[in-house]
Design a protein around this ligand. Sequence first.
Ligand code: GDD
Ligand code: MN
Length: 383
Amino acid sequence: MNRISRRDTGGNGGVARIVVTAPVSIVVPTYREAENIPALIARIDAVRAAHDLDVELIFMDDMSRDGSVEAVAAAGRDWVRIVEREGERGLSPAVLDGFRLARHPVLICMDCDLSHPPEVIPQMILALESGQEFVIGSRYVPGGSTDDDWGFGRWLNSRVATLLARPLTAARDPMSGFFALRRADFDRARDLNPIGYKIALELIVKCRFENVGEVPIHFSDRLHGESKLTLKEQLRYIQHIRRLYLYRFAQIMYLLQFLVVGASGMVVNLSVLSLLKWMGLPNAVSLAGGIGVSVVTNFLLNRRFTFSYARDRNPWGQFAGFLAASLMGIVVNYAVALYLDRNVLPETPYSLHVAALAGIACGTVFNFLGSRYMVFRKRYIHK
Ligand code: GDD
Ligand code: MN
């Protein structure tokens, strides 16, 4: 890894002065933040001077037309610029566009309203250097805090959202809008979905970051203006998190849905069997009917839900493939059920159901063993 920073504790009155040699691009999404822009530039400038930071500051503004452009011009810093985005406005797409425009090897995203203290930026870069892949300015690690007048509602909301993200990352505060990552990692990101408001979580999941570091921050109330995080945006989070689960746990989600469909097939099988028997049909026909109908419903449900991505393909061809894949199990199922019913089980009102269940169990085990020892068998190389 490139050496991107070094710690220098000498000659500064005992105060740790972090000398960072990596140039950093700070991307700040803005919508109607003209009042906050001068203060943020001043705070970042102070950090820049104190640590000899090579900074590029990019405001990604969605046509606020509230004096934001003028505010950046008035600041008169050649390392600060503002980009006016056209088209649909949105926090995440603004951040992603900003990262794409950024020129430096370290990328940082933060709010414009001074909720996020720029003073911890050198520490965040240092954490990247010490091997972290993604660094969060975090409210929920020791040393982190929020202003007192966060109402219970906002606190609860933030906690529930964080809890839902737990299976996706061990980070304590993946909801934070203050984070740092390497440009090289960002460039490798695929399938980024700019819909979600939680851009940090999106990046952690899609870039498959494992080493996520957190630097404690005090999250202050915004300096001027109001939050743009609407209720609609928060509801969208549920949709966002479902997509991230599907992305991250694809195989397990398929298997789970497949098992649920299988269980439903068992219910269908026994119901049809009962109906046919009640209608007075011979046991052999009732057993076959139960199996036949459940194979069809299993196929239809798997096609509609479990493997819905393949729904646009020819269903008849798919059904033939499904039958071929389950044929052996079906035959074993039928043969076992019929044999038990005819030769083993004493005649009781439920003996046919017991036989059918045993058939299903044997068919399933047979399908598994067939896959294990025939289709996916291990190969041994003899010398
Ligand atoms: N370009 C652009 N377009 N910027 C936007 C938009 C938009 O549509 N909406 C909001 N922003 C900017 C704001 O101007 C601000 O600089 C930043 O994005 C965050 O918006 P806030 O309105 O300050 O959100 P918040 O403080 O309520 O939420 C913050 O905390 C959350 C965790 O509690 C953000 O940092 C969230 O990202 C974070 O999840
Ligand atoms: Mn904010």
